[in-house]
Every structure is written in C-alpha cells, then in structure tokens.
Design a protein around this ligand. Structure first.
Ligand code: ADP
Ligand code: MG
Length: 297
C-alpha cells in the first residue's frame, strides 16, 4: 500500500514541517500537505498510515464547506490543477487529495478548544477544581459524560512542549475583548453545527480544536485543519459508555499495540506490524465514509 511520509519540493519554500503536515509558501498563500505520518504518545512513528493524509484533507474540506454559511475559512482549493503552480503540478500524483492551497493570514495565538464531553485534560482539571479553564461545571460528573452544554476552553499555542489550558480572561488580555469574544462565539457555533451532524452519522465529537486568523482586510476566518481525528477526539457512538475512558476512533489499535509491547514512549519508536497499520487505515477511511457519505477509495 502506498504511503507518503515526507515531501520535498525544492522549488518552494518550506515554512514548517509539523508532526503530520508539511507547509510550503506560495506567494500570499500556503500549501498545506497532510502526509501519512502518525504520532502516538507525542512521538511521530516510523510507519505511515496509508490514506491518512487524504482523510484529514478530505474531512477538513468537507467541514469547511459544511460550515461556510456560518464562518469564512482559508481554503482556496484542494485541486492541484487549480493551483496554477508548476512546482506543485510536477508532483501532482503524490499531492492530489492531500493538499490544500489556503490564504495565508495572521494567526491568533490561541488554540480554540470546544468541549462537549468530559475527557483528557478537561476531565483532569474538572476532578481538581470542578471547572475547566474557569468555566464552572455541575458537581458529580463522570469521565466521558456529556456536558450540560458545550464549553469554550482555550489553550496556549505552545511552540515547544504542551499546550496549557487558560481562562477566557487570559485570551482577552492577549488579543483584546472584541476578538476574544468573536473567537469564542464562532468556535462554539462551528462545533455545535458540526457535532450535531456527526452524531447523526454515528460519531461523537467529544472535543475539538480550532485555529483562527485575520485577513489583510480584517476578516476573522477559520484556518488550519478542521474537525479531523487529529484535531478532535472522535468516539464511535455505538460504543459510547460514560464513566470510563472511551476508545479513540482512529488510534486505538496503535495505542493498544504499543502499550502491549511495553514501549517506553521515548524515541525511537518501534515498527508497527502490517495488520495494525491496515486496521488503522481502515478506521480513518471509515470515519471519512461515515461523515461524508462517500468512499475515499
Ligand atoms: N491560513 C493560515 N495562515 C497562516 N498560518 C496557518 C494557516 N493555517 C494554519 N496555519 C499554521 O500552520 C501551522 C501548522 O502546523 P502543524 O502542521 O499543525 O504542525 P505542529 O505539529 O507544529 O502543530 C500552525 O502553526 C497553524 O497555526
Ligand atoms: Mg498544529
């Protein structure tokens, strides 16, 4: 099975190689390429997951379109032949389906997390303070419970190390009240519309992280990837059982395998057996199919 681990486009300027995506600059735009790299326990594994980058790109495109009536976004096209760039066209067979040409904007330094359920760092904070990011919650909630209503729980955009949950007042200090309120309102709206849709398709979007930026003509638009398994916790609705941690939609086989062989979670990561790679790839493809109603391959 084909998988793409890394891209090299010598004619373009590489801006960032993240855990999963390679980002190049094209004039006033960015080319965001989702590779098939996958990380587990914060380490990028040596194997890729076939079609993962295509699923991330296809889902982001799907959600950008689905929410375009409520928020503007940065997507220009995912079609290589519409990018009008010879360096990109030259690599069209590996880039098609996993690349987004987007407007480059000034990025707000806030990770706009919305939570509909209690998991991860939110669950940890709730146990200590009965609140998340200063948002008070009812007593007696259990792990993975649905919250009475979704909440906005921003975090810092750390360049190194882990993101840190911050109260809304800190976002106000950083970017001013007007933008802080705008990001909160827009993030909540996008989460509500999308998570209601996903639930009908059998997927709970427990929580998700949005990023926003501002254009030269001062419009606040949704950027980065949107509502993918990499930026969100997806749970299969049919297996949902509050009161304990839920299986993640996509990475469960990998985490179970790595825990099983007692990897110390420090690089270098161990190789994955072919059947784990295959099963994980199928999970990504099935999330795509469930949400978009279409088969990717
Ligand atoms: N339209 C955009 N304009 C400018 N920066 C963007 C845009 N969309 C995404 N970004 C930025 O690109 C970077 C993507 O990095 P990412 O692939 O997530 O790697 P990392 O693992 O470092 O988070 C993020 O810093 C994000 O804020
Ligand atoms: Mg990122």
């Amino acid at each position: 099975m084909k998988q793409l681990l890394i891209t090299e486009i010598p004619q373009l300027k590489l801006c960032n190689r993240g855990k999963v995506r390679d980002i190049y600059e094209i004039g006033d735009n960015l080319l965001i390429i989702a590779s098939d790299r996958i990380s587990a326990f914060d380490v990028v594994l040596s194997d890729g997951i076939p079609y993962k980058g295509m699923v991330l790109t296809g889902l982001s495109e799907f959600w950008f379109t689905y929410t375009s009536d409520i928020v503007e976004n940065h997507l220009i096209t995912t079609q290589i032949d519409r990018m009008n760039n010879s360096a990109v066209s030259q690599f069209s067979d590996i880039l098609q389906g996993r690349s987004m040409l987007v407007k480059k904007v000034k990025v707000f330094p806030v990770e706009c997390v919305v939570r509909g359920y209690l998991a991860g760092s939110g669950w940890k904070e709730y146990q200590k303070t009965q609140a998340i990011c200063g948002v008070k919650l009812p007593a007696g909630l259990n792990e993975s419970d649905k919250l009475p209503e979704p909440i906005f729980t921003p975090s810092t955009k750390a360049t190194t190390g882990h993101d840190e949950n911050i109260p809304f007042s800190k976002v106000v200090d950083q970017i001013g009240k007007k933008y802080a309120e705008e990001l909160r309102e827009k993030s909540m709206k996008v989460y509500l519309k999308s998570s209601n849709y996903a639930r009908e398709k059998g997927i709970i979007i427990c929580d998700t992280k949005f990023e926003w930026g501002v254009t030269a003509d001062n419009k606040t638009i949704l950027i980065d990837e949107a509502l993918t398994p990499d930026s969100s916790r997806f749970w299969p609705l049919e297996d949902y059982q509050p009161g304990k941690p839920q299986h993640s939609y996509d990475k469960q086989f990998i985490r179970d395998y790595l825990e099983g062989i007692r990897w110390n979670k420090e690089p270098p990561p161990p190789a994955l057996p072919p059947e784990i790679i295959q099963k994980t790839s199928e999970k990504y493809l099935s999330a795509y199919k469930a949400l978009t109603g279409k088969r990717l391959i």
